[in-house]
Design a protein around this ligand. Sequence first.
Ligand code: VGL
Ligand code: ZN
Length: 207
Amino acid sequence: MNALLIVDVQNDFLPGGNLAVPKGDQIIPIINNLQKKFQLIVASRDWHPANHGSFASNHKKQKPGDITELNGLEQILWPDHCIQGSPGAELSPLLNQNFIQRIVFKGSNPEVDSYSAFFDNGHKIETELHSYLQKKSVKRLFVTGLAADVCVWFTVKDALHLGYETFLITDATKGVNINPDDTQKALDDMKQKGAILISSDQVEDFM
Ligand code: VGL
Ligand code: ZN
């Protein structure tokens, strides 16, 4: 079975949001179009409590972009984003949600960040994504969404570890680029680790 995974296409990651990915909105029509080609579509949502340890606002004298340590893990501090129940945490109203069979929430533990849709950053707690995909006999995972150099990157790395044939759809993702070349580095790393980078018009060739 093939599955389409839509990572964190939430208002806070889109232009106008608190942690906007430049041009992040441009991927939405591409994802909506891709959905027509899949029988199984799953999505993730970043879902933080207001006291989340990844927010600069919860650390004294720190600002977004600063690097700190959170329970032994290096942590970039972010602006407040995707606070549970807030409009910024909603999936974009422009994203077609009618065919999404399962939504995985991540980042609820204030003590640890959770970039990947599969595991927290300490690889201690697993979301239900892997067991769900296993139940559906998914072998090939096609990854889209935001941000290419953060949550999409970590999700792809975990998908490869877990043994999925993992495709990154390059025109259906965009990076936040805290440093200008972050997205290129993330794409190179995914490819080096075994992900297959394709454009949305190539998807059928790999199904
Ligand atoms: C994300 C930064 C912080 C993402 C989530 O979805 O890429 N980035 N939390
Ligand atoms: Zn987050």
